[in-house]
Write a protein that binds this ligand. Structure first.
Ligand code: ARG
Ligand code: ZN
Length: 862
């Protein structure tokens, strides 16, 4: 393949400190596309201007492009040359017009970067460096241009032609072709360019902005999917209103379009005025989408919409600044979602996600700072650290400054950097200037990788309690020694006798290696509540007993802290059980009973709080992960919880069993507790559990209940299991997004034979590596099924490596994203570690390996 390179070639490393302004600016570009899946002709006209005094040539990035013609100021140029994939044009003056022409083949673009074909439509994905696969251009985010786009295509196959900005003109051509022109008045970097051509229909709406501009909205899909777009359209309108209310940000064009595409490398893309989405984050109806899907759709629609300001109006100077737009925008979408429903449940979900993906990244071979210093392939840096830890960093600034000063800071940032390509430093400096706060030490959050650890010890002497804190940041690749971080810690004490708060919540900025806090005049024994609301993205170790944790799980007035106390109690119990083969389950059982039967609590919260930590999170607490022992300990606690609270689970189940579907916070909470209760009933070994699950499966009027029941059955041994798997498949044959769930549910099964079954599923007629969602549903899900993937035979590792080697030939970006589970070998015993390394070595030795995979696999071996 064109951009393949062998592992023996020295990869080029791009370094942040090497940043230089572009040699040439491109204030205007006109693109003319003669669209055809087999051969699309792309003519580009660039107005280029020399930036500063220098005599360097114009270097236009290209990736697998061959120039058909190159003109300088309208005259066929002769002096140009190729430097590897790039086009080099010597120029004499300070401003020139450059015309180039290339021919590309979208239908052969399996990487899904640049212009590609998906299910009969043509669409683009340019971030980060896909534009250079479409035309020759200085493909870097600090080159901002005004775009005019003209598309010509066969009218029958591609009746709809969309691009960024506003539609300007359209008309008929010869031979059944037609054309359309779009202009985007806002200068933008090439990564925000997009076009879509296809046989599409729109769910249309409109939104009137604060200042009275009417914006025409369109969610574009293939016609059978039209009925599944109302939720996304509604979420878009809510997002537009929210950004006005909370950040004072209005939309700025007359149209805003979203297109759903089935083959897509990640979630969605914020192209100016033309967002392109993975269809899984648009399409929803009760029969095919779970509550989780509905929430994710609203969150991703909001995320991409919010990028219009945090990303598009103010963009990134270079890709090292990626978290400037992504961390901030994730924080914005998290806040939006928190405002739509239960803020506590949203925070719990976000922290669970952070712990499942970012903490392991930060403690492994691919750890990197929120603002990285170097990369080989930038696509590998669209990570949980950039996105989710980046969002936590913004959240901490919000916590430290308070909402009003934070808003003053974002106002200043947007006003000062509108229309420019900015840096993380610009953001932090705006926050400081608007608030008067000193964030100098806080900046270490951008430079130091690794999850800080805090040990917190509360000791009491009479009426006084002393909280002693110590912090450390572990070494990470390239960063052996760390400085202390600024940790905003929300702290409160509760009286263990009365259950009453003994002080107001304190916000402590813990900045040194060690600190102390003294509480006076205490009338009873205090219990420590710390890092409330997860105010800092850290690991906290305390000297709290099981009784303290059980107490907090029932009495803390911060719901997140209640959840956290329960999780810690469960974790301590499970870790003890793994270490010694057994543990006292009674404190967990009592705490779960208390929460489950607390009528004052939101069922959605209860459902989160009573869930046991995942196998992999338990493993993260241990020096050497023992997947089988963890699985046994967790199953044993689940069984005991199921049996001891049998009556309570059944009562919780029966209370909501007959509910009809309704998409509302109450409806969602009821469905969540229903499936959690079903899981515990099954875990108890109750004779009727499978029948109960099957009845839920068959009788469901929504996908949440149906998939919840299928998940329970898929991990069990009842013959109803096969019946449900088959019935699900038959019912949804032909619906790709639901078939993804079918593959995924089986890949996540806790049964002994999951590895064999997943190997067989990889041969299923509906399995394909060409569709990223499908590849992730089977391979990605299996690789995070700790017990199955880490089967001591090593067959899980071999299977995943085989699949990734095959996937890399088609789609390096998607393949490289699935490397991290193999890179966690240091956390396992010698036998597993050796087998994991052997697979990584086999990957690295594969001829023609992409640089995406090369970077991830070689780093994972270190
Ligand atoms: N900017 C997109 C977002 O909204 C994601 C782009 C991901 N690009 C990539 N090469 N992985 O988050
Ligand atoms: Zn984003």
């Amino acid at each position: 393949m064109a951009d393949a390179q062998t592992a023996t070639q020295a990869p080029t490393i791009t370094r942040r400190e090497d940043y230089r302004e572009p040699d040439w600016r491109v204030p205007e570009i006109a693109l003319d596309f003669d669209l055809d899946p087999a051969a699309t002709r792309v003519r580009a006209t660039l107005q280029v201007e020399r930036n500063g005094v220098h005599d360097r040539p114009l270097v236009l990035d290209g990736d697998a492009l061959v120039p058909v013609s190159v003109l300088v100021d309208g005259v066929e140029a002769t002096g140009w040359s190729m430097d590897g994939p790039n086009l080099v044009i010597p120029l004499t003056g300070s401003a020139h017009r450059i015309d180039t022409e290339v021919v590309i083949a979208p239908e052969r673009n399996t990487q899904l970067q640049g212009l590609y074909a998906s299910q009969g439509m043509l669409c683009t994905q340019c971030e980060a460096e896909g534009f250079r696969r479409i035309t020759f251009f200085p493909d870097r985010p600090d080159v901002l241009s005004r775009y005019k786009v003209r598309m010509t295509a066969d009218k029958a196959r591609f009746p709809v032609l969309l691009a960024n900005g506003d539609p300007i003109a359209q008309g008929e051509g010869a031979d059944g072709r037609h054309w359309a022109e779009w202009h985007d008045p806002f200068p933008k970097p090439s990564y925000l360019f997009a076009l879509v051509a296809g046989d599409l229909v729109a769910n249309r709406g409109s939104f009137t902005t604060l200042s009275g501009r009417t914006v025409e909205l369109g969610i574009w899909v293939r016609s059978p999917d039209l009925a599944k777009t109302d939720h996304a359209l509604h979420a878009l309108k809510l997002s537009m209103a929210w950004d006005e209310q909370v950040y004072g940000r209005e939309y700025d064009l007359d149209v805003f379009n979203i297109v759903a595409v089935d083959d897509f490398n990640f979630g969605a893309m914020e192209n100016k005025g033309l967002n392109v989405f993975n269809s899984r984050y648009i399409l929803a109806d009760p029969d095919t989408a779970t509550d989780y899907d509905y929430d994710a759709i609203a969150a991703v629609v909001a995320h991409e919409y919010f990028h219009n300001w945090s990303g598009n109006r103010v963009t990134c100077r270079d890709w090292f600044q990626l978290s400037l737009k992504e961390g901030f925008t994730v924080f914005r979408d998290q806040s939006f979602s928190a405002d739509q429903g239960s803020a506590a449940v949203k925070r719990i979900e976000d922290v669970r996600g952070l712990r499942a993906s970012q903490f392991p990244e930060d403690s492994g071979p691919l750890a990197h700072p929120v603002r990285p210093d170097e990369y080989i392939e930038i696509s590998n840096f669209y990570t949980a650290t950039i996105y989710n830890k980046g969002a936590e960093v913004i959240r901490m600034i919000h916590t430290i400054l308070g909402p009003d000063k934070f808003r003053a800071g974002t106002d200043l940032y947007f006003q000062r950097f509108d229309g420019t390509a900015a840096t993380c430093e610009d953001f932090v400096a705006s926050m400081e200037e608007a608030s008067g706060a000193d964030l100098s030490q806080f900046r270490r959050w951008y430079t130091q990788a690794g999850t800080p650890r805090v040990s917190a010890t509360l000791t009491q002497e009479g009426g006084r309690a002393r909280l002693s804190l110590r912090q450390s940041v572990p070494p990470t690749p390239g960063q052996p020694v760390k400085e202390p971080m600024v940790l905003p810690l929300k702290i409160k004490l509760f009286g263990s006798f009365t259950g009453r708060a003994m002080c107001d919540e304190q916000l402590m900025l813990f900045k040194d290696d060690a600190a102390e806090m003294v509480f006076e005049n205490l009338s009873e024994t205090p219990v420590l509540s710390i890092n409330r609301g997860f105010s800092a993205p850290i690991i906290v170790e305390t000297n709290r007993t099981a009784a303290d944790l059980a107490f907090l799980s029932a009495h803390d007035d911060d719901p997140f802290a209640r959840y956290e106390a329960m999780q810690q109690l469960m974790l301590d119990t499970l870790v003890a059980s793994v270490a010694s083969g057994s543990a006292d389950h009674q404190p967990v059982i009592d705490a779960v009973r208390n929460t489950l039967t607390d009528g004052a609590l939101d069922p959605a919260f209860i459902a989160e709080a009573v869930l046991l930590p995942s196998d992999s999170f338990i493993g993260d607490q241990m020096a050497v992960v023992d997947p089988e022992a963890i699985f046994r300990a967790r199953e044993s606690l689940r069984r005991d919880l199921g049996m001891a609270l049998n009556a309570e689970w059944r009562a919780a189940y029966d209370a909501v069993r007959a509910n009809r579907f309704e998409y509302s916070p109450t409806g969602k909470g009821a469905r969540r507790i229903k499936t959690v209760a079903l899981g515990y009933i099954a875990a108890s070994g109750a004779a009727d559990a499978a029948a109960l699950a099957y009845a839920q499966f068959e009788g469901a009027d929504n996908m949440t209940d149906r998939q919840g029941a299928l998940t329970t059955l898929a991990s069990g041994t009842s013959p109803l299991r096969e019946q449900a798997i088959e019935a699900f498949y038959q019912r949804y044959a032909g619906n790709g997004l639901v078939l993804d769930k079918w593959f995924q549910t089986q890949a996540l099964s806790s049964r002994d034979d999951t590895a064999q079954r997943v190997e067989a599923l990889a041969q299923h007629r509906d399995f394909t590596l060409a569709n990223p969602n499908r590849a992730r549903a089977l391979i990605g899900a299996f690789a995070v099924n700790q017990r199955a993937f880490h089967d001591i035979s090593g067959r899980g590792y071999r299977f995943v490596a085989d699949q990734l080697i095959a996937l890399d030939r088609l789609n390096p970006q998607t393949a490289a994203k699935l490397i991290p589970p193999l890179g966690r070998w240091k956390r396992f015993d010698a036998a597993r570690a050796a087998r994991m390394r052997a697979e990584l070595e086999r990957i690295v030795a594969t001829p023609g390996l992409s640089k995406d995979m090369f970077e991830q696999a070689t780093k994972s071996l270190d």
